[in-house]
Every structure is written in structure tokens, then in C-alpha cells.
Write a protein that binds this ligand. Structure first.
Ligand code: ATP
Ligand code: MG
Length: 413
């Protein structure tokens, strides 16, 4: 006997409440997306590997060890998307979306990273994603962050997920800070984790993002970017924070926050919670003015964020389970035949209806009650003769006869 196949490690299948939670997050996202005027986009799950390798940078964790990459049957190197931004930037260039600048877009769907599965960390996970491509002004960052903030508030996470905000400055700022960080970490190299030591020469900013506890004291004493901000970079950040205040978006300064990817400029942010253990980042993003150039496009400023749907779904209150409007309870064969016609009519009329055909009358009524339906529609021989059914309000217990033709409008009221 052959054994039953299991799911691929780190890939989930959801049913019931877990699937409902997931949907709740996506539904809220789609609602708020519309309020902020972000257009829907769809991009492929699969891209040429270079789309991610070039934009995200070879030294990032994602590119260096987490990508699902393979050669397809035509010999092309392809990768399952680990995030959305790179694919959207690729489409922006290859699909002629440049004519729509300034472009505000949003999407959601699965993303894939080969990492160690744990609470809030999967190999197939799902992201919400929002991007504004074109504007170089902080107004875009403000709008994007207000979108994120309103989404989290509508999900009931306004108090739990805190916006941590930083600036990574302009290229001059960043280069000066990078040198200072290199000096600081080089002086403490013996105490650093192995991961961080390998980052020292390639990208010392990434050490600030280290997950190794032993690095944290050294990270805490590292120079912050503030001493290196050019006047222009400081002005950008000032306008951003003032705009957030005006928009009613609460934020906290996190002077050592960096984002993994090399292309970030100015704004960098994360919404953090302490309710998910080490997987505390629920939504993160920043300004990526350099990214589209890495794909061979013209200099195009842009800012965006991504959020983990599973992490958000774990944090929200459990949604109300879906309930039918009516549960039909027929008694006898003739009633069952009439019920088959009725349920088709009700569903066409937009009424969610259930039909239980197993067990005796008592069992059927129990099931109707357990379904959470607002009404039971009871049909027996006498009802058939009169051309009506008993409509029972399951909350109040009230019951009255209603003609078959009028059931849909009665229930829909
Ligand atoms: P982390 O530090 O947790 O690894 P990250 O910086 O790699 O996160 P991003 O690339 O910024 O994550 O992706 C945006 C969001 O996607 C994260 O804030 C998180 O909510 C979610 N996310 C990232 N990787 C995973 C994963 N493997 N499983 C579930 N959610 C994830
Ligand atoms: Mg990661």
C-alpha cells in the first residue's frame, strides 16, 4: 500500500475559521484600496530569475538563500516570486505602464521563500502589496502610509501594530552612514555573529537588521543616520513626518531601522507587533527610487509596502462564521421534491439556503438550528396542500405560514 502524500513543508491548506480570517484580511485590503484610489494589478507568480536577483540584490537573504528557482523545460531560469515589487517594476517597463505615471497600484497573492517554517513564517505565504510609482515627493509616502495605517485600524490592529519609521537618506547620506557603520562594526567584529561578519564588507547596513541576539548590543551602540543626513534628506523626512501628523497617522522614530534591500532611499518603515514572537513585522516597506534603474529602466522614483496576510490573519478577532439565511426542513418524499424546487428558487433570488435530507424530523430541526440560519422553512403534507410553508424565526421561535412564492421576499426583508 502506498502512503498518502503530505503537503510540501511550509505550505498550508486552510479550512473554516482560518480560511475566513484570511478572507477578512483580503476583503479589508480591497475596501481600503479603493478608498485610496489604488488600481488593481495582477502580475505572474513566475518571473525570470534575474528580475529578483537584479532588483533585490545578491547579498539579501531572499536572493542568496530563500528563492525557489529552477530551470523550466525551455532552459529558462525562473523563480517563484518571493515578493511583488520586482514583478510590478518589471511589468511597469515591459508592459508599457509608464504611460500611466503617477501609477498607484495594489495587489495580493502567494509568495514563496525557502526558509525555516515556524509560527508566522511559511514557505508559501501571502502578501498584500501597494506601490506608488512616479512621484518623488513625500506626499506619496504619506498617502501610502495612511493607506497602511487605515487598513490596520480597520482590521482592529490600530493599537497592536505600531509604525516604526526611519529615513535612509539620499545616496550621499547613506554612503557616509555606511562608512561609519563599517568602522563601528569592524571595531567589534569579534563579538558579531557569523552572519553579520560576512555582511560587514558587503553590506554593513544589513547588520542592523540582524536576528542574532549576540549582535544586538553592538547594533544598539551603532551610530544612527541622523548625524549624516544632508539638508535635503532632512527636509524630506521633516515633510514626511509633518504630513503623517496631519493625516492622523501615529509613528515612532526607529533610528536604526533598515530594510534589507539595497535600493531603498529616504523612507523606510515597519509596522511591528509584539504578539507574534520573533515574527513581529506585519507590514513593511519604503521608498525605492533606485529599483527601476536596476532593471534597465529610466530613473523612476517609487514607494511601496507589503504585508503578510497570514500574520495579519492570526492577529485579528475571529470573523463571524458564514451562516445560511434559511434552512429548509421537508417532511416526506413529496415535500422533499418541492424543497428541491424551492431551494433553487431561493438561491437564484440571492438567499443563502441549506437543505437537510438526512435523519428524522427532530434531527433535521436540530441541524437547522445548528447551522445558525435565521429561518427554518418547514414543509409537510398539509403545507404542500395549502401551497405554503411554515417560516420559523429560529431566534425568536415565532412561526407563521407563508406562500411558497413569497418566501424569498419575506426572508430577504
Ligand atoms: P522577516 O524579517 O520576518 O523575515 P522580511 O523583511 O523578510 O520579514 P519582507 O520582505 O519585508 O519581509 O515582506 C513583507 C512582509 O511579508 C513581512 O513583513 C511579513 O509580514 C511577510 N513575510 C515575509 N516572509 C514571510 C514568510 N516566510 N512567511 C509569512 N510571512 C512572511
Ligand atoms: Mg525574511
Amino acid at each position: 500500500m502506498s502512503s498518502t502524500p503530505q503537503s510540501v513543508r511550509g505550505m498550508q491548506s486552510l479550512l473554516g475559521e482560518e480560511a475566513d480570517r484570511f478572507h477578512e484580511v483580503v476583503a479589508a485590503f480591497d475596501r481600503v484600496r479603493r478608498l485610496y484610489g489604488f488600481r488593481r494589478v495582477k502580475v505572474p507568480v513566475l518571473e525570470q530569475t534575474q528580475v529578483f536577483a537584479r532588483t533585490m540584490g545578491e547579498t539579501t537573504d531572499v536572493v542568496s538563500k530563500e528563492m525557489y528557482s529552477f530551470e523550466d523545460k525551455g532552459g529558462e531560469q525562473v523563480t517563484l516570486r518571493p515578493e511583488f515589487t520586482a514583478g510590478i517594476a518589471r511589468a511597469f517597463l515591459s508592459e508599457g505602464w509608464q504611460q500611466h505615471i503617477p501609477l498607484k497600484v495594489a495587489t495580493h497573492g502567494p509568495a514563496f521563500r525557502y526558509e525555516r517554517p515556524q509560527k508566522g513564517r511559511f514557505r508559501q505565504f501571502h502578501q498584500l502589496d501597494a506601490e506608488i510609482i512616479g512621484p518623488a515627493e513625500p506626499q506619496a509616502d504619506i498617502e501610502l502610509l495612511a493607506f497602511a495605517d487605515q487598513l490596520l485600524k480597520e482590521l482592529g490592529l490600530g493599537e497592536t501594530a505600531i509604525l516604526k519609521l526611519n529615513t535612509l537618506g539620499d545616496p550621499a547620506t547613506r554612503a557616509a552612514w555606511r562608512n561609519a557603520l563599517h568602522e563601528h562594526f569592524a571595531a567589534n567584529v569579534a563579538a558579531l555573529s557569523e552572519d553579520s561578519r560576512t555582511r560587514l564588507d558587503r553590506n554593513p547596513l544589513r547588520i542592523l537588521d540582524s536576528k542574532a541576539h549576540q549582535d544586538w548590543p553592538i547594533v544598539d551602540s551603532a551610530p544612527t543616520i541622523d548625524e549624516f543626513l544632508t539638508a535635503e534628506a532632512a527636509e524630506f523626512f521633516g515633510e514626511l513626518t509633518e504630513g503623517l501628523d496631519r493625516a492622523g497617522v501615529r509613528w515612532e522614530r526607529a533610528p536604526r531601522l533598515v530594510r534589507g534591500l539595497d535600493y531603498y532611499r529616504h523612507t523606510a518603515f515597519e509596522f511591528i507587533t509584539d504578539t507574534l514572537g520573533a515574527q513581529g513585522t506585519v507590514l513593511a516597506g519604503g521608498r525605492y527610487d533606485g529599483l527601476i534603474e536596476t532593471l534597465g529602466g529610466p530613473h523612476t522614483p517609487a514607494v511601496g509596502w507589503a504585508a503578510g496576510i497570514e500574520r495579519l490573519a492570526m492577529m485579528i478577532d475571529a470573523p463571524q462564521p458564514e451562516r445560511p439565511d434559511a434552512a429548509i426542513v421537508p417532511m416526506g418524499e413529496a415535500a422533499e421534491r418541492r424543497a428541491a424546487i424551492l431551494i433553487a428558487d431561493l438561491r437564484r433570488a440571492g438567499i443563502a439556503a441549506d437543505l437537510g435530507l438526512r435523519g428524522n424530523m427532530k434531527k433535521r430541526m436540530q441541524r437547522a438550528n445548528a447551522s445558525g440560519a435565521r429561518f427554518a422553512i418547514i414543509i409537510g403534507d398539509s403545507e404542500l396542500e395549502a401551497g405554503e410553508a411554515q417560516l420559523k424565526d429560529l431566534a425568536s421561535g415565532e412561526q407563521r405560514a407563508v406562500a411558497f412564492d413569497l418566501l424569498a421576499s419575506e426572508i430577504g426583508r
